[in-house]
Design a protein around this ligand. Structure first.
Ligand SMILES: Nc1ncnc2c1ncn2[C@@H]1O[C@H](COP(=O)(O)OP(=O)(O)OP(=O)(O)O)[C@@H](O)[C@H]1O
Length: 978
C-alpha cells in the first residue's frame, strides 16, 4: 500500500546529515489513499506502523475545502502545526549551510509532483541562437496531468512567470511567457502549453527560471514546479568548434604508495654530454622533518606550525640564514611532492614504440602534472607479486603524452596494465640549497646595513656628465641617467643596488643601459643577467642582441622547448643536432661578456666550473617575482666579496608562487627585494648615510611611465602608486588608437565589454573556458588587425585560464592573420608590453555568487595580477568579462566604475550605480555577501513554505489557502474557469 514511507531513510533525500541525525523530515511520501505521510527520523518506525494500522483500506479523501471540515482519515501525526514546522525549520537552519538548504530546496522545486509533469526536467534550453540573425526564438513547454482523477481532485495552475520579472535590477525583457489554454485547471489529456519567447539583443548567455504555481484544491496546498531556462546568443561556428568534447568530471586523486623496490635505468634523453666539473649534492628532505610535520597520509599535522620551530633557527641572521631558508625550501619541496603524488595513475596502458614507450597523460598541456624532458616516471606492472617499480626517463613531451625510455627488462611486460607515479624534478631545489649553504661574503648581500656603506656616495653632476648614454631616451630622463650613473660608479663589493619603480617606468631599459655602460668602461667586466622567468630573460637578451653573439649568450635549460625561444635569439643560444638546448663548455662561457638566463638555470654555471667572482656584476630583473632562495642561486651561488648586485622590480607586481602554506606563513612568499626594501639603508628618502634613507645611492625610484596612454595608467596609478606616476609615453604611440572604431568613446582608449557567457570545463581539466568571451576576443582582434598599421605582434591576449588560452588559439589558427597573436597568462606577460592588450577574464558563474567564488576568479583573486595585466597596454586596453561576477571584487568594481563613467562600456548593461562609493572595499564585499545570504534565505523560506524542504509539498493550513486565493497578484494570473 505504501512505498517507503516508514523507513528511516533520511539521507536519501539529499540531506548532508548522517542518517538519523537530522531533525527535519526528509522522507515525505504519499500513501495510496492520497494522504501525505511523514517519516520523522526521531519518531522511528512506530509512527509508520501506527499509521499503517489506522489507514489500512481507507478510501481517498474528499476535498476538505469543499466540505469545510477536516476528514476523519487525516492523521494528526502527519499534520504538524505551523509552530512545529517553524521549530523544525529553525533546527534545520542550525545544522545546514544556506547553500545546502537552498540547493535542496531548488532541486525540489524542479521536481514534477502530484501527477503534474512539466516538460524539460533538465531545463529548457534554446540552444545557440545565431547572433547575426537577431531573431526572436520560441520554445513550448507542456504541463500535463498524469495520474489523478481530475474531476475529484482538481489542480489549477494559478501563476506562471519568469523569475527575472520579479527582480527590479534586471527587467525580464529577455524571456517572456504566455500560456494556452488560459483555463486554470489542468486535466489529463489536455496539456497546457507554455510559450516561452526569447528576444536576443546582444551576445552572451541568458538564464532565467520559469516558475509555475499550482493549487491542489482537495489538499488545500500550493506547490511550485520550476524549470531553468537558458539561451546562448553567439557565433554558431565558434560554439560548434569550441564546445567541450567530453563532459567535465573531477579527476580523482590517486595516491599509490611507493611500496616496492625501484629498478633504476640510465636512459638519458638525447642531450649533448656536458662536462660538469662538480656534482650537485642531493640535499634530500630530512626524514625527521617529514615525520614530525606530516601525517603518514601526507597531510600537514595541526601542530606543524608549532613543531616546525625545532627545525628553524631561533634568530634570522647571517650565520642562521641558510638553515632558515633550507627548512622553508624543504617544506616547499615536500608540498610539491605531495601535490604531484595526486597525479598517480592506476591500471593504464602504455604503448610500445620501441625503443621508447608512450604514456598518455591527461592535463599534460596544462602542466597538470608538470613534466619536462629528463624527468623520471615510475611504472609498475599491475598484479606483480614483487611490486617492483621501473624507472622511466622522459625523452619528449607532447600535448597529451610523454615518450619514455625504460630498461630492457621492461619489454617482458608488453600488453599489461600499469600503475604510474610521477617523480618531482629536484634540480631547482638542489640548486637553491647549494647556493644557500655557500659561505661567500654574505652579510652585505643578506643583511645590508649602514656598516656596509662606508664607501657609498651620492651621484654627482660630474658622474652624470661622464656617462654618454647609448640609449638616447635614457639621456633625456634624469632619473634613469642617475640610476645608470649610480650603478656604474658603485665600488666593487657594495651592497645590492635596487632599481625600484612601477610598471613601464623603464627599469629594464635602465639596467640594460647600465650593463652596456659597465661593459664599455671595463673590458674585463663580465655580467650575469638573470630573471625568475624565461620570457623576461628573453626580453633582456633581445635588448642586448646588438652586442653580437660572441659577447652575449642566452643560457637555456636543457629541458626548455626550442620553440619557446624567440627565433631572433637562436644564434645567441646553444642547441645540439636534435634541436635540444645544450650546456656550453666552461671555456666558452668564460669568453662571453654577458650571460642571460633564468635564476634557476644560472645554477648550472658553478657545475660547469664558473668560479665565484667570475661575474663582476649580477643583475636580477623582475626580482620581486622570485622566491628568495631562487634569487640566491645566482647571487650566493656566484658572487664573491667584489661582485656587485643590482635588483630591479616592483612590489606591486607579481610576487613569488609558493605551494606550501606553512612555508608561506614562515616567510617564503616575501621576495628578497621586498625584504631588503624594509631595511633602513633602502629607505626612499634622500641619502642620509643609509640610516633611514638611501635614495640615489642604494636605491633609485623611477616614476615616469613611458609605456601607456594616460587614461590606461590613471586607474593603477591611483590604486597602487598613490598617483605618483607621471604619464610620459610618446603620444605618437600611446594616443595612436584614440579614434579607433572599437572605442565607445573616442579619446578614451579602454573598453570594458561585459558579456554574460558561461564558464565551462571539459573532461578532467579543472581549467575554465568561456566560448562567448573567446568569440569576442577573436572579433576584436580581427577588426583591429584589418586596420592599417596594426600587426599581430602589436596585440596580446591575456587570460588567466589555460583552457581559455587553448580555445582562443584554436580560433586564431583558423585565420592566418590572427595566428601569430600571442595568448598567455599574466605571469607570461610580466615585464612585457603591447600596443593593444585584450583581456578575457573567463569566470561567469551566475549562480551562488558568494565570497567562495572569489578564491577562484583568477584575476580577481590577486590585485598584483590585476595590476600587471592592466599595465601592459600602450595604446588600447580591451577587457572582456562578466561585470556582475567581477563586481564582487571591490577593486574590479571601481575599475569598471572608472571605465563606465568615462564612457568605455559595451555589452551587457551595468547592474549597479557606477557612481556609488566603493572606497571601502572590505565593507562593500561584506555587505554584498550578507545581502546575498539574506536574499538566499528569503528565497529559501519562500520555497520552503510553498514546496517543503527536502521532500514533497507541505499541505497548507486553512489560513494559508485563503492567503493564496487572495494573493496571487504577481506573475501571470490565469482566468477563472467559468
Ligand atoms: N627614457 C625613456 N624615454 C622613452 N621611452 C622609454 C624610456 N625609458 C623606457 N622607455 C620605454 O618604456 C617602455 C617600458 O620600459 P621597461 O619595459 O624598461 O619598463 P619596466 O619598468 O621594466 O616595466 P615593467 O615593470 O612592466 O617590467 C618601453 O617601451 C621602453 O622602451
Amino acid at each position: 500500500m505504501i512505498a517507503g514511507w516508514c523507513y528511516d531513510s533520511v539521507s536519501s533525500s539529499g540531506c548532508r546529515q548522517p542518517p538519523g541525525t537530522c531533525k527535519l523530515r526528509h522522507d515525505i511520501t504519499k500513501c495510496s489513499c492520497g494522504l501525505v505521510l511523514y517519516t520523522y527520523s526521531y519518531e522511528s518506525h512506530i509512527h509508520g506502523r501506527r499509521h499503517q494500522q489506522i489507514f489500512a483500506g481507507i478510501q481517498p479523501p474528499v476535498s476538505r475545502r469543499r466540505t469545510g471540515a477536516r476528514t476523519k482519515q487525516q492523521c494528526p501525526h502527519c499534520r504538524p502545526s505551523r509552530e512545529y514546522r517553524e521549530n523544525e525549520l529553525q533546527a534545520h537552519i542550525a545544522t545546514h549551510t544556506v547553500q545546502e538548504r537552498l540547493q535542496t530546496a531548488l532541486e525540489d522545486a524542479q521536481r514534477d509532483k502530484y501527477g503534474i509533469v512539466v516538460s524539460g526536467p533538465e531545463g529548457i534550453d534554446f540552444g545557440i541562437i545565431d547572433e547575426a540573425k537577431q531573431q526572436s526564438a520560441m520554445v513550448v513547454a507542456l504541463v500535463q496531468r498524469t495520474n489523478q482523477d481530475d474531476t475529484a481532485v482538481p489542480i489549477s495552475l494559478t501563476k506562471c512567470r519568469m523569475l527575472s520579472s520579479q527582480r527590479q535590477d534586471e527587467p525580464g525583457d529577455k524571456f517572456s511567457v504566455t500560456v494556452a489554454p488560459t483555463s486554470r485547471f489542468i486535466r489529463s489529456g489536455q496539456p497546457h502549453k507554455i510559450f516561452i519567447t526569447f528576444h536576443p539583443s546582444y551576445a552572451g548567455r541568458f538564464e532565467d527560471t520559469l516558475e509555475l504555481v499550482f493549487f491542489d484544491i482537495s489538499q488545500r496546498r500550493r506547490f511550485v514546479i520550476q524549470r531553468k531556462v537558458c539561451a546562448t546568443v553567439g557565433d554558431l561556428a565558434d560554439h560548434k568548434q569550441l564546445a567541450p568534447k567530453a563532459l567535465y568530471t573531477q579527476r580523482k586523486c590517486r595516491n599509490i604508495e611507493l611500496d616496492g623496490p625501484i629498478k633504476h635505468s640510465l636512459r638519458p634523453p638525447t642531450w649533448t654530454p656536458t662536462k660538469w666539473v662538480s656534482k650537485l649534492p642531493q640535499f634530500d628532505i630530512p626524514q625527521k622533518l617529514v615525520s614530525t610535520l606530516y601525517t603518514p597520509e601526507g597531510y600537514l599535522k595541526k601542530s606543524a606550525l608549532q613543531d616546525v620551530k625545532q627545525f628553524l633557527p631561533s634568530s634570522f641572521t647571517t650565520p642562521t640564514y641558510a638553515q632558515h631558508f633550507q627548512t622553508l625550501v624543504y617544506l616547499e619541496e615536500q608540498q610539491m611532492k605531495l601535490d604531484l603524488d595526486d597525479y598517480s595513475m592506476e591500471n593504464v596502458e602504455i604503448k610500445a614504440k620501441y625503443p621508447r614507450y608512450e604514456l598518455q597523460v591527461e592535463g599534460l598541456s596544462e602542466g597538470r602534472p608538470s613534466v619536462v624532458v629528463g624527468d623520471f616516471i615510475l611504472i609498475r606492472p599491475v598484479g606483480q607479486p614483487d611490486k617492483t617499480w621501473f624507472e622511466g626517463r622522459v625523452h619528449s613531451v607532447a600535448m597529451r603524452h610523454v615518450s619514455l625510455r625504460l630498461s630492457d627488462d621492461f619489454n617482458t611486460y608488453r600488453g599489461t596494465k600499469f600503475d604510474v607515479r610521477f617523480v618531482l624534478n629536484r634540480l631547482s631545489f638542489r640548486r637553491m640549497h647549494r647556493a644557500l649553504v655557500n659561505k661567500n661574503d654574505p652579510a652585505r648581500l643578506l643583511f645590508p646595513g649602514p656598516e656596509h656603506l662606508t664607501m657609498a656616495r651620492p651621484v654627482t653632476s660630474a658622474m652624470l656628465e661622464e656617462i654618454a648614454p647609448l640609449n638616447r631616451d635614457i639621456g633625456r630622463n634624469r632619473e634613469q641617467l642617475e640610476t645608470v650613473a649610480a650603478i656604474v660608479h658603485q665600488q666593487r663589493g657594495s651592497v645590492p643596488f635596487i632599481v625600484f619603480g612601477p610598471p613601464g617606468t623603464g627599469k629594464t631599459v635602465t639596467i640594460v643601459e647600465a650593463i652596456e655602460q659597465l661593459l664599455k668602461r671595463d673590458p674585463n667586466s663580465r655580467i650575469l643577467a638573470c630573471t625568475p622567468n624565461n620570457s623576461a630573460a628573453d626580453l633582456i637578451a633581445q635588448k642586448l642582441m646588438h652586442l653580437g653573439p660572441t659577447d652575449v649568450f642566452r643560457l637555456n635549460s636543457m629541458t626548455r622547448k626550442l620553440g619557446d625561444l624567440p627565433k631572433t635569439l637562436r644564434k645567441f643560444s646553444l642547441t645540439n643536432d636534435n634541436e635540444v638546448f645544450a650546456m656550453p663548455a666552461l671555456e666558452r662561457v668564460l669568453k662571453y661578456r654577458v650571460v642571460v638566463s633564468t635564476c634557476i638555470s644560472a645554477g648550472a654555471l658553478p657545475d660547469l666550473g664558473v668560479k665565484l667572482g667570475h661575474f663582476t656584476c649580477i643583475f636580477i630583473d623582475e626580482a620581486g617575482q622570485g622566491k628568495e632562495p631562487e634569487i640566491m642561486i645566482p647571487i650566493k651561488g656566484l658572487a664573491n666579496k667584489h661582485t656587485n648586485v643590482v635588483l630591479a622590480g616592483d612590489l606591486k607586481q607579481l610576487g613569488p608562487i609558493v605551494h606550501s602554506r606553512l612555508a608561506r606563513d614562515l616567510g617564503l612568499k616575501e621576495s628578497y627585494l621586498a625584504r631588503l626594501m624594509q631595511r633602513p639603508c633602502y629607505g626612499l628618502s634622500p641619502w642620509d648615510g643609509g640610516v633611514s634613507g638611501g635614495l640615489g645611492v642604494t636605491i633609485m625610484q623611477l616614476v615616469k611611465n613611458f609605456r601607456s596612454h594616460p587614461d590606461i595608467l590613471a586607474f593603477p596609478n591611483e590604486k597602487f602608486y598613490g598617483n605618483q606616476l607621471q604619464a610620459c609615453g610618446d603620444p605618437l604611440l600611446t594616443k595612436s588608437l584614440e579614434t579607433t572604431d572599437e572605442l565607445p568613446t573616442k579619446r578614451f582608449p579602454i573598453v570594458f565589454h561585459s558579456v554574460v557567457g558561461r564558464d565551462q570545463r571539459e573532461s578532467s581539466s579543472p581549467s575554465f573556458f568561456n566560448i562567448s568571451e573567446a568569440t569576442l576576443v577573436k572579433k576584436y582582434c580581427a577588426s583591429l588587425i584589418a586596420k592599417k598599421g596594426i600587426r599581430a605582434e602589436h596585440i596580446a591576449v591575456i587570460t588567466p585560464y589555460h583552457a581559455q588560452r587553448m580555445k582562443i588559439l584554436d580560433l586564431f589558427h583558423r585565420d592566418a592573420k590572427l595566428s601569430d597573436i600571442r595568448v598567455g597568462s599574466v605571469e607570461e606577460f610580466q615585464g612585457q608590453e603591447r600596443r593593444i592588450i585584450i583581456m578575457s577574464t573567463v569566470r561567469s558563474n551566475a549562480e551562488f555568487i558568494t565570497s567562495d567564488i572569489r578564491r577562484t576568479l583568477g584575476f580577481v583573486a590577486s590585485p598584483h595580477r590585476f595590476n600587471v595585466a592592466v599595465t601592459r597596454a600602450q595604446a588600447l586596453l580591451v577587457v572582456i568579462g562578466n561585470s556582475d561576477v567581477l563586481a564582487l571584487d571591490p577593486l574590479w568594481r571601481s575599475f569598471m566604475n572608472y571605465i563606465h563613467i568615462k564612457g568605455g562600456w559595451r555589452g551587457h548593461r551595468i547592474s549597479w550605480d557606477p557612481k556609488a562609493n566603493v572606497d571601502d572595499f572590505a565593507e562593500g564585499v561584506r555587505s554584498k555577501a550578507a545581502g546575498d545570504a539574506e536574499e538566499t534565505m528569503a528565497r529559501l523560506k519562500a520555497l520552503i513554505v510553498s514546496v517543503g524542504e527536502g521532500g514533497d509539498a507541505i499541505p497548507l493550513a486553512d489560513s494559508d489557502a485563503d492567503e493564496i486565493d487572495g494573493g496571487l497578484g504577481d506573475g501571470l494570473v490565469l482566468r477563472e474557469e467559468d
